[in-house]
Design a protein. Structure first.
Length: 254
């Protein structure tokens, strides 16, 4: 039992004991708050890298290397589902799609690695083998929806229209307006479940979901699954990425 410091051996009253504990708790909380404030001040005084303090970006970089180098494999396929599990995919984000486009006039700008740029049509994409998959589309916000997509494998697209570009380190994609853009590591791009999709849930892709062509990568969160693709470019330098510039993880892998 606690005793009064002024009278050794004398037990404290309940009120005195409560006051003593309150003082210690207050001192402890104050010291913790000072440490947190000091750490926050230090963190925000560091140089920025992709719009966030460099120490945080380096932590994200370590996470990326662990997942990419130690855990990732093309042999690791995400789970697929029966048609009965299909839900209604939320329309989340319209950056780069604020204005409607003429789908009949749509063309894809393609910049292969070390080759001349060219333009493709949706008919060119449809000429490739059609692949269909029903996957759990996951958003970085925490929700997910089982959705069916169909289109051409990005690996088939690369081999057919940009041969040799498989050797690139990254592939960059932008909307026709150039307002939304992503950068994807090549191993993830060539994953057998990565699609350039033109159908969703048994129907032609709707404009609000990225028609006429969108990226579907079940090994990535939705922020990488760019809608209404207008340009695809292969590069060895890490491309710009819209949400990475807002502080999100560049890799964004599952």
């Amino acid at each position: 039992m606690a005793t009064d410091s002024k009278s050794p051996g004398t037990p404290l009253t309940p009120e005195q004991e409560l006051a003593r504990r309150s003082r210690r708790s207050f001192i402890g909380l104050g010291a913790g708050a000072i440490c947190v404030a000091g750490g926050w001040y230090w963190l925000n005084s560091q140089p920025l890298e992709d719009e966030i303090p460099r120490p945080l970006r380096r932590v994200l970089g370590v996470n990326e290397r662990v997942v990419r180098d130690a855990l990732y494999s093309d042999e690791h396929l995400v789970r697929t589902y029966p048609a009965s599990a299909i839900g209604r995919l939320k329309v989340n984000g319209d950056i780069g799609m604020e204005q409607p486009i003429d789908q009949a006039a749509w063309q894809l700008d393609l910049a292969p690695l070390g080759a001349v740029e060219r333009k493709l049509t949706i008919a060119d994409i449809r000429s490739l083998p059609r692949c269909e998959e029903t996957i759990d589309f996951k958003c970085v916000e925490g929700w997910s929806t089982v959705t069916q997509f169909a289109g051409a494998r990005l690996s088939d697209f690369t081999a057919h229209f940009a041969p040799g570009s498989e050797k690139a380190a990254y592939v960059a994609m932008r909307t026709p307006s150039r307002d939304y853009y992503v950068g994807v590591d090549m191993p993830s791009a060539l994953h057998p479940q990565s699609l350039l999709a033109y159908e969703m849930n048994g129907k032609a892709l709707e404009d609000r979901h990225g028609a006429p062509l969108r990226l579907v990568m079940p090994v990535k969160y939705g922020i990488k699954n760019i809608k209404r693709i207008g340009r695809i470019e292969y590069a060895n330098e890490r491309p710009a990425d819209y949400w990475a510039e807002q502080g999100y993880d560049y890799y964004s892998g599952l």
